[in-house]
Design a protein around this ligand. Structure first.
Ligand code: GUN
Length: 280
């Protein structure tokens, strides 16, 4: 069965429209997200454009902050600090990757945890690691939402996460662990990747390598979640050899139309939650 992330995300975005309308009635303003884009990475430009459009469609005010690639660390941190102090801004997102001369740690540190709608802050990652309430990174949160809406159980299942990035792999592993899965994390130094993947009841591919996961690495009936967003000749493709793996998987997410649309929906949801918390 192919998991339709686009349809699930559309449903969530429709629910969010009602949620932002309710917020407007109480607060007299829309929830607001500031999106900071430094430089002109073409993929980041597309992501930011999609996020801004999604905000407008969900009844969220967005503030589009653009800075040239040559901006200094001080100028960038000051811009984020101003947004942090702005009472009318509920969420701040600094689009990654940053130009090479900028240290993301220094700039992201200016985002207060309560406005960190990406869930990248030390406080929010710490909360996730401790199983406490906090904001969770949008992509892994979107994967969990797909599992929930398709009623795919995680408790006692062996989940294998391929990839250990701070944005996807690590928080994904923590979420699955918190959902009572037995979790194995694989990465570029892992020995015997195929044998480990073959043990997976739930296999999450988040390595950023096209067709890394082939059919011979997948157990019959496994749930396969493809988080890859690789560009090959202008075409978007995942980390999974979809055509072959589809024949073995019980559930599988396509690229595009799987996890990708969920990331944006979860971002909007995190913005709403941050805004609601601030007026409480
Ligand atoms: N770059 C790639 N994915 C993301 C994301 O989820 N958030 C931000 N801020 N930058 C990204």
């Amino acid at each position: 069965m192919i998991i339709d992330g686009k349809a699930v995300a559309d449903g969530i975005r429709a629910e969010l429209l009602a949620r932002t309308a309710r917020f407007f009635q109480i607060a007299g303003r829309k929830p607001a997200l500031a999106v900071v884009l430094i430089g002109n990475d073409p993929a980041s430009e597309i992501y930011v454009r999609n996020k801004l459009r999604a905000c407008a469609e969900a009844g969220i005010r967005s503030v589009d902050v653009r800075m040239p690639a040559e901006v200094s660390t001080q100028e960038a941190t000051e811009a984020v600090r101003r947004l942090a102090a702005d009472g009318e801004i509920d969420g701040i997102l600094v689009q990654l990757p940053l130009p090479k001369h900028l240290d993301p740690r220094v700039i992201l540190a200016e985002i207060p945890a309560e406005k960190d709608v990406d869930g990248f802050s030390e406080e929010n990652i710490g909360a996730l690691a401790l199983g406490r309430e906090g904001t969770v990174a949008c992509t892994p949160l979107g994967v969990m939402e797909l599992l929930k809406r398709y009623r795919i159980p995680t408790s006692g299942k062996h989940a294998v996460v391929v990839g250990r990035s701070n944005i996807v792999g690590k928080p994904m592993a923590l979420l699955l662990l918190n959902a009572d899965a037995t979790v194995t994390v694989c990465h570029s130094h892992t020995r015997g990747l195929k044998e480990i993947c073959l043990q997976a009841d739930i296999l999450v591919a988040a390595a950023g390598k096209p067709k890394l996961i082939t059919a011979d690495m997948v157990k019959e009936g496994a749930v396969v979640i493809d988080v890859g967003t690789n560009r090959e000749g202008g075409k978007l493709c995942g980390d999974v050899d979809f055509g072959e793996v589809e024949k073995k998987a019980s559930y599988i997410t396509p690229v595009p139309g799987g996890v990708g649309p969920m990331t944006v929906a979860m971002l909007l949801s995190n913005v709403c939650a941050a805004a609601e918390k601030r007026i409480r």
